[in-house]
Design a protein around this ligand. Structure first.
Ligand SMILES: [Mg+2]
Length: 273
């Protein structure tokens, strides 16, 4: 009788465990075959382990999609104004809203709530590209009905946000990421107001507020609407934020970092957008 050592592998809880089994048996031919088969299986499982350790395209995809982007609405993605607050030189927009794709008029029959919503230049391109690398959320201190109205314009088929919408009704007085079931190291916020995020400033990319209309009689200078111009699309705030997000995403994958917050801390983050 001779000893035959067999290596065996057990897959348990996503780990591969290795064992050694000795058998006592006569040295018959089939043992050699059996040995070869076990050895072959042994090395093939090592290959499998290696594949697990190396990020495959599937793993990359998974990692990519584990990043979250929280977007404010007012003054970040758009500007809304009551029609009653338009300056005289902006009232031409009431008619223009009928034919423009970036300007929408609501509640025409209700003078107390009639308003215009102007989408920020580059918004559609921004959402399309950002959606490729982030789970996106809307977080607004506006009402649920207002958010639904805006989403009917910017995401009518729920392609970008699904039902990931947080509004005033669900939020405490200050905005918080605690309402998201997401690892905070993998969340970026884009908002024009930093004071509403007292607990999560590290996650914040503060974007320059978008004001298309004149706001209040005291506002200084002419508005975009009065001058009949607009913020640049191809070199505007949303375009620049998208570039930074894409760069942070690339670095997140390349350097195998688990903290996206460190990657959005560029020298210009707080001043350029
Ligand atoms: Mg805002």
């Amino acid at each position: 009788r001779s000893k035959l050592g067999l290596l065996f592998l057990v897959e348990q809880a996503n780990e591969i465990k290795l064992g050694l089994l000795f058998l006592l048996s006569p040295p018959i031919k089939p043992q050699k075959k059996l040995c070869r088969s076990f050895i072959k299986q042994f090395f093939s499982l090592f290959d499998k382990t290696e594949r697990r350790n190396k990020p495959s395209s599937c793993l990359n995809e998974e990692k990519k999609k584990k990043l979250h982007l929280v977007l404010d609405l007012d003054h970040t993605l758009l500007h809304t104004i009551y029609v009653s607050e338009l300056s005289k030189r902006e009232r031409y927009l009431i008619e223009e809203a009928e034919s423009r794709v970036d300007l929408w008029r609501f509640e025409k029959d209700n003078p107390n709530n009639e308003h215009l919503i102007k989408l920020r230049p580059f918004l559609h391109e921004f959402l399309q590209e950002a959606n490729k690398i982030f789970y996106m959320y809307v977080y607004t201190m506006g009402t649920h009905s207002y958010a639904q109205r805006v989403l009917s314009l910017i995401d009518p088929d729920k392609v970008y946000f699904g039902d990931r919408v947080i509004t005033r009704e669900k939020s405490p007085r200050m905005k918080t990421l605690d309402l998201l079931s997401a690892d905070k190291r993998r969340v970026v916020i884009v908002d024009d107001t930093s004071r509403v995020w007292p607990q999560h400033k590290r996650n914040l990319l503060k974007i320059e507020g978008y004001s298309y209309f004149r706001e209040g009689v005291c506002s200084v200078g002419e508005s975009y609407a009065e001058r009949k111009i607009d913020e640049s699309g191809r070199n505007g705030a949303l375009f620049n934020v998208l570039k930074l997000l894409q760069k942070a995403h690339r670095r997140f994958q390349e350097v195998d970092s688990n903290d996206l917050r460190l990657l959005i801390r560029e020298p210009c983050t707080q001043c350029c957008f």
